[in-house]
Design a protein around this ligand. Structure first.
Ligand SMILES: Nc1ncnc2c1ncn2[C@@H]1O[C@H](COP(=O)(O)OP(=O)(O)O)[C@@H](O)[C@H]1O
Ligand SMILES: [Mg+2]
Length: 245
């Protein structure tokens, strides 16, 4: 049973079944995903792990509505996404998912506050409300004193905090983080993991890591393993390591 007992009754944020992704290469077909079933409940802190080429990014792009599967069904927070067009996918992405990437993906010569407010512009939130919520999100990640610093004036760990604040600011149903500590030294990496653990524990935010880094898995409540486009393991972690101590 790959699920912590206290989460069994929580609603499904992700409900994906028989997901395949096929790439045509000349005359041949290549299956990057060959029938993936995955359900993720509200409040989980989990890692999808696997070696390079196993299909992690392909799966994350589908779970994140950045790409559509070749076949299968995918419900995100109760909404079936299979028949959605580009605009509808962009809207559901903005509403339901906060993304965190290895390389932070911030606007470098823009203030922390404006970086974090960015998704709220697309969401149609007006100016003063945008500023208020962006400030609140930066305070939640411990950067209340760096609101007007440009991204390129911040350390790597601080930049990733800004990216996490940007992911949080829309109150998404989940955060998808692709190798979030991959560009950080081990001390900053640990601090970022601690922040994710706190957000999960204290605010119940659903967090899904996609990574090949075994250390990240040790800090999660659940580890799903993928190899050659198939799920080959799904385990709950009885006592995850605490990166805050
Ligand atoms: N656009 C594409 N066209 C053809 N093959 C692809 C494409 N994207 C990914 N693949 C292949 O699918 C497999 C899984 O890729 P990926 O999801 O990026 O793996 P991972 O993120 O685990 O390293 C790899 O063999 C990769 O070469
Ligand atoms: Mg990848």
């Amino acid at each position: 049973m790959p699920l912590a007992a206290n989460l069994i009754d929580q609603k499904l944020v992700i409900d994906a079944s028989s997901i395949t992704k096929m790439y045509k290469m000349g005359d041949s077909e290549f299956y990057a995903l060959s029938g993936v079933d995955i359900a993720i409940r509200e409040g989980e802190l989990m890692a999808i792990m696997g070696p390079s080429g196993s299909g992690k990014s392909t799966l994350m792009n589908i779970l994140g509505c950045l790409d559509q599967p070749t076949a299968g069904t995918y419900r995100l927070d109760g909404t079936e996404t299979a028949k959605m067009n580009e605009d509808q996918l962009a809207e559901i992405r903005n509403k339901k998912i906060g993304f965190v990437f290895q390389s932070f993906n911030l606007l470098r010569r823009t203030s922390a506050l404006d970086n974090v407010a960015q998704p709220l512009i697309y969401a149609g939130v007006h100016g003063t409300e945008r500023t208020r919520r962006a400030r609140e999100a930066l305070e939640a990640v411990g950067l209340g004193n760096k609101l007007s610093n440009h991204a390129n004036e911040l350390s790597g760990g601080q930049q990733q905090r800004v990216a996490i604040a940007r992911a949080l600011v829309t109150n998404p149903a989940m955060i998808l983080a692709d190798e979030p500590t991959g560009n950080l030294d081990s001390k900053s990496g640990k601090e970022i993991l601690c922040l994710f653990q706190r957000l999960n524990r204290e605010k119940g935010i659903t967090i899904v890591f996609v990574t090949h880094d075994a250390r990240i898995g040790e800090h999660c409540n659940r580890v799903v393993r993928i190899a050659d486009g198939l799920i080959v393991g799904d385990d709950s972690v009885a006592s995850p390591l605490d990166s805050c101590i």
